[in-house]
Design a protein around this ligand. Sequence first.
Ligand SMILES: *Cc1c(COP(=O)(O)O)cnc(C)c1O
Length: 373
Amino acid sequence: MFSTFPLMNKIVYNFSAGPSTLPKQATAEAAAAIADFASTGIGIMEMSHRTKPIEGMVAETESLLRELLSIPSGYEILFLGGGASLQFCMVPSNLLDSNASADYTDTGVWANKALKEAKKFGKVNVVCSSKESVYNHIPKNFEQTSGATYLHVTSNNTIYGTQWKEFPKANTYLVCDMSSDILSRPIDVSKFGLIYAGAQKNMGPAGVAAVIVRSDILGKVQRDIPTMLDYRTHIPEHSMFNTPPVFSIYVVNRVLHWLKNLGGVAAMEKINIKKANLLYDALDNSKLFKGTAAKEDRSTMNIPFVFREEAVAADKKEAVEKKFLAMAQEKGLEQLKGHRSVGGFRASIYNAMPIEGVEALVGFLGEFENLAH
Ligand SMILES: *Cc1c(COP(=O)(O)O)cnc(C)c1O
């Protein structure tokens, strides 16, 4: 049911930050559909998107996402190529007029990339930043700019392991990059004008991004938006203006079915909190390891951790890190190397990571601590 993969009798847990682990059931169903989709005798990658089975599948994916996130009417759902990074420019292209401004929160590398891109379209007010402290916390006390079109936030900072636990109240509306924690917890969609998320962290494979947009915020900018970058091109066509990434959308479809069967996002949130607490408790009680993110902002999805300075001498650190990663890998605990900007290690424990994976990691942390370094 979860994403475990028996490799020569060894269970592998994949802690990759993205693309990342998917529910085993979803990937098995997707694999079967490559050979034969919906008993048509045609593989899903070989079928026109202008057919009933594919149109039906995309429509069902849309309605599943609407149901799981309780997306109210007035909001449209799109499945687009180009990843979350394309949304860094598509959002301001559609929403930010050249003589207007938007507020951006600078909470990590992805947030920073989003605001840099927006500067190409209008004025960007960086209303807060935690860059000086290597993005180890979410800066919460900031003023919004009067007249700003929207307030942009990055829900979960994948690299630094911080997460908005409560979203700021926007003067107008929030725009949110939810790439690395969408579907991990219930959200109040009505607070957002637009939500976007690359699928490959918590929702499916690379190749597709979901966009949830309140339609009344569109059509307010003066510029002539290129056809493919205009949300209004894709809305009436239900993401089928041109050939959509059909297979990626299908994997999302299977992941959404899996999530629904599990009890939806509220049930998922409980499991996610349990998994994260298990790992954070182990790190807090360890004499060797410690987490890097400020406690109150800790992510339930990405957990970076390093050796405590007093536990490992600086000149030995690199060698001990190598040893840790090699031993972890032997135990089937994969992809634990930290991002270069934080160093150390990072465990990404997205929705599809089973609690057994986190338990195995916690067990290994204890074992490793007991070795002499
Ligand atoms: C991974 C990630 C991105 C980039 O996604 P792409 O689909 O590769 O463009 C953007 N934002 C966040 C928060 C991410 O985690």
